[in-house]
Design a protein around this ligand. Structure first.
Ligand SMILES: *Cc1c(COP(=O)(O)O)cnc(C)c1O
Length: 407
């Protein structure tokens, strides 16, 4: 992989027409180690956030030994980079054949359920493979309420009373039983984990046996940009969220049992930026070479504001306007699809023009893992960048803001 100090150097050397992912392995390692140092239990990286081989390999180098996986593709991706990494199969709804594959071929011994039919599927596989039920830790996923960019309890999780019933049933079957939840991605309310712990506590107080573990899931927020025209909703730093979580775990007396977290976004967001090119400027509209069907769907559906840095093409000799005047542009994606228009503008210097580049920062999570081959566009060019996105010249703009103030 070609290496550059920063995106500007890369753009001017390569003059890329296709989107380029700028990978920062040292940032990834630092963020993974930082999380592991702060969380008082096992850290299982959520592979769906970004399952690229180079990401998984770098995480293994950083000392990550456990991965949250959901599918045969993810089992194989983890095994390809580590012969002995532990896999936690935390998807609550699974094909029976996938459960069998996980237990038989990949040695998975930790699994999540939120319904009795999932328990039935699991029991069939355990019997067919003649496994000792006591070798399996089964986490009952409980519903939680909170505020996040993505709510997940609408889709998954057992209500507290039902969770008690499932836990008892799993215990009778001879399994070790834990509780898990996932508060949703990119939480927007620092009380979220405490509320979830209160639900877990409610369930724990009504079961007849000792819990084998508590898995607090993901949801830890990554740092993104914010709309300069809107009142900024201050979120505490990860350090503060973690210190509060540790205090809450203690208060609810969960610190004595094995703890797990499944961070995705907060580990990998800062590890990538994306260099896109302006294919055409038409008034206050920019047509770029990426879009909602490639790397930008998360900022679209999650209403996430990403920092952006303008990389002017030096070949453009004359420009209109003032480079210090930051204005909103409507952004159209690369495909012929009329839906492929970002729901939020990019704020950039008014001088931006056809042929310029934009570096979009903090885009490691739910970007390239969600890209499609729609219309034949599939960004797949990677370079290494040695300087963190935040360093060097200040990003002037923002990609995808919450409001189009000028509209
Ligand atoms: C997606 C997912 C995660 C990761 O969530 P982040 O918000 O990216 O940290 C963790 N656990 C499960 C079960 C998930 O589905």
């Amino acid at each position: 992989m070609q290496r550059f100090e920063n995106a500007r150097e890369a753009a001017l050397a390569l003059r890329p027409d296709e989107p380029v992912y700028g990978f920062r392995p040292e940032v990834l390692k630092a963020d993974a180690r930082n999380f592991m140092a702060m969380f008082p239990g096992k850290t299982a990286y959520a592979v769906k956030t970004n399952g690229e081989e180079l990401v998984l390999r770098t995480l293994v180098e950083a000392g990550v030994t456990a991965f949250d996986v959901a599918s045969p593709g993810e089992f194989a991706a983890v095994r390809a980079v580590s012969a002995d990494a532990e896999m936690l199969y935390m998807h609550p709804v699974k094909a029976q054949s996938d459960i069998r594959l996980a237990l038989e071929k990949y040695g998975v011994r930790v699994i999540a359920v939120d319904h009795e039919d999932e328990v039935t599927k699991l029991s069939r596989v355990v019997r067919a493979l003649d496994l000792d039920p006591g070798a399996l830790t089964v986490f009952v996923r409980i519903q939680t309420k909170g505020s996040a960019a993505y709510e997940l309890s609408k889709k998954f999780g057992a209500g507290p009373a039902y969770a008690v019933e499932l836990a008892e049933r799993l215990n009778r079957a001879g399994h070790k039983v834990g509780l898990c939840f996932h508060v949703g991605s990119q939480i927007q309310d620092p009380d979220t984990y405490e509320r979830a712990l209160a639900s877990a506590d409610w369930v724990r107080n009504r079961i007849s046996f000792k819990l084998a573990g508590l898995d607090v899931g993901g949801g830890f927020p990554a740092e993104y940009g914010h709309d300069p025209n809107r009142r900024h909703r201050e979120m505490p730093s990860l350090e503060e969220i973690m210190s509060r979580l540790r205090a809450d775990l203690k208060e609810y007396q969960f610190e004595g049992i094995p703890l797990v977290a499944e961070p995705g976004r907060v580990v990998v967001a800062r590890a990538f930026s994306l260099i896109v090119r302006v294919l055409l400027r038409k008034g206050r509209r920019l047509y770029i070479n990426d879009g909602i069907w490639a790397s930008l769907s998360d900022s679209w559906t999650g209403k996430i504001t990403l920092p952006a840095r303008f990389i002017p093409d030096p070949a453009i000799r004359s420009r209109n306007g003032n480079e210090n005047n930051i204005v909103p542009f409507k952004v159209c994606g690369a495909t012929c699809d009329s839906v492929d228009i970002l729901s939020r503008p990019f704020w950039l210097p008014e001088t931006v023009d056809t042929g310029d580049w934009i570096e979009i920062g903090h885009i490691g999570a739910y970007s390239l893992s969600l890209r499609t081959r729609f219309n034949g566009f599939y960004p797949d060019t990677f370079i290494e960048i040695t300087t963190p996105f935040e360093e060097g010249d200040v990003p002037q703009g923002f990609a995808s803001l919450e409001t189009m103030a000028a509209e």
